[in-house]
Ligand binder design. Structure first.
Ligand code: ZN
Length: 178
């Protein structure tokens, strides 16, 4: 099963067995053995391949950021009357592990944790995105933009409105994937 995983990452990266072997410092035969299941890869080897997948998989990251931007636009329209400027950049950070996200409104950047997306999926990431967007929304209106009373009121409003919207979404509304 681990061999299958290694194979799928290798194929995703478009590498040959020899290329993968060279990258992580094992023999070509070892990779072949893992993939056919005749030998089990070590935990370290699996991790090395996974990390390679994360580092060399920029396409996936672009896709994630595109999806996040689409959600941003939708949330902006639904909950903020398009008050947030369109040129915000949403970046998935691989280093961010403890926090779910971070708003950098001065730089027009919202950071999201790539690890959290992997762990808990888009539903949770969208919650984080809404949270960070409230910070930005306050900032753009020249308000204090911490977790203050205004922040919490907006969060409550969005949560309530979100529940109402979800009920109506069953009627053929084109939902976002994931
Ligand atoms: Zn916050």
């Amino acid at each position: 099963m681990d061999g299958q995983k290694i194979k799928s990452i290798r194929e995703y990266l478009g590498m040959t067995q020899a290329e993968l072997a060279r990258e992580i410092g094992v023999t070509c035969l070892a990779v072949s053995h893992w993939e056919t299941g005749s030998r089990q890869p070590s935990v370290l080897a699996i991790r090395a391949v996974e990390m390679l997948g994360e580092l060399r998989g920029p396409d996936k990251r672009i896709e994630m950021e595109k999806e996040a931007k689409e959600r941003f636009d939708k949330i902006n329209q639904q909950y903020f009357n398009n008050r947030l400027r369109k040129r915000y950049q949403i970046i998935f950070s691989k280093r961010m592990r403890k926090a779910r996200g971070q708003a950098l409104p001065k730089r027009k950047v919202i950071l999201l944790s790539a690890a959290k997306l992997k762990e808990s999926g888009w539903e949770e990431v969208e919650k984080t995105l809404k949270h960070e967007m409230i910070h930005c929304w306050l900032y753009e209106r020249g308000r204090p933009w911490g977790h203050n009373r205004e922040f919490k009121a907006k969060l409550r409003e969005i949560t309530i409105q979100g529940k109402r919207n979800n009920k109506g979404e069953k009627s053929g509304h084109m939902g976002l994937k994931g």
